[in-house]
Structures are given as structure tokens and as C-alpha cells.
Design a protein around this ligand. Sequence first.
Ligand code: HEM
Length: 122
Amino acid sequence: MMPKISQWFIKSAIIYLIIGMCGGILMGMKQDFTLAPAHAHLNLIGWVTLALMGLYYNVHPLKAAGSLARIQFWVSTVGVWIMIPGLALTLMQIAPGELLTILGSIVTLAGVVLFAINVFRD
Ligand code: HEM
């Protein structure tokens, strides 16, 4: 049985992939590629990065069992939730976009740093 935390990562990553793909199809249908960087980051951070973390925790169940993995999941999740809408607003030139993108990207980085701490510790 896959550790719960791996399931959380992979289930949420698949949702981001579906949203990202729908966004890609919408961009193609409208021939308006304004939001392409938001699409790319949702797919690459939301899907690829988080799914890789989920797979890592599946390979290392001891690392998955600690509270650090759970904290890291939520920090990474909140990071994506703030950064991607912030990026979309920035691309549409809507006011709080840049602030949200800066804040969200720092939280997203913090999630990766927590992941790195979990990977490196014995
Ligand atoms: C249904 C699936 C997908 C569709 C229909 C789609 C569609 C698009 C479209 C229309 C663009 C803009 C192209 C342009 O500006 O000329 C784009 C850009 C991009 N997509 Fe996707 N995409 C899909 C899935 C993915 C996935 C799964 C990833 C990554 C894991 C991805 C990564 C990117 C990247 C990196 C860019 C370039 C962004 C940029 O130039 O700023 N896409 N995609």
C-alpha cells in the first residue's frame, strides 16, 4: 500500500495536470497564449514536481512517515495555490498578481527546501 502522503501528492498532482491540460486546450481554442507561463508552471510544478515528490515518498516510506513530509505537502500545496493564480493575474495585468506570485514562489521554494531537508537527513 502506497504511503498516505504519496497518495496525497499524486492525487493532487493529477488534478493540477487535468486543470493544466484544460487550460492548454482552452488557449489553443482561443488562440490566446497569454496564460502560457501559468499553464507551464501549473503543469511543471503542480504535476511533474509534486508527482515526483509523491513517488519519492513511495520509495522511501520511512521519510513519508514523519511529520516533515506532511508539513512539506501543505507548504508545497499552498505555494502552488498562491503562485499559479498570482502568475495568471500578473499575465492578465491584474493588480495583486505580482505580490501573489512573489509570495507564492517563496512558499513553493520553502516546500522544496523542506523536501530537500527530508531527503538529506538520515
Ligand atoms: C492537453 C495537454 C496540453 C495542451 C493542449 C497544451 C497546450 C499548450 C499551448 C497552447 C501552449 C502555448 C504555446 C505557445 O505559446 O505558442 C503551451 C505551452 C507550454 N506547455 Fe503545454 N499543453 C498541454 C500539456 C502540457 C504539459 C503536461 C506540460 C508539462 C508537463 C506542458 C508544458 C508547457 C510549457 C513548458 C509551455 C511553454 C510555456 C511558455 O512558452 O511560456 N504542457 N501548451
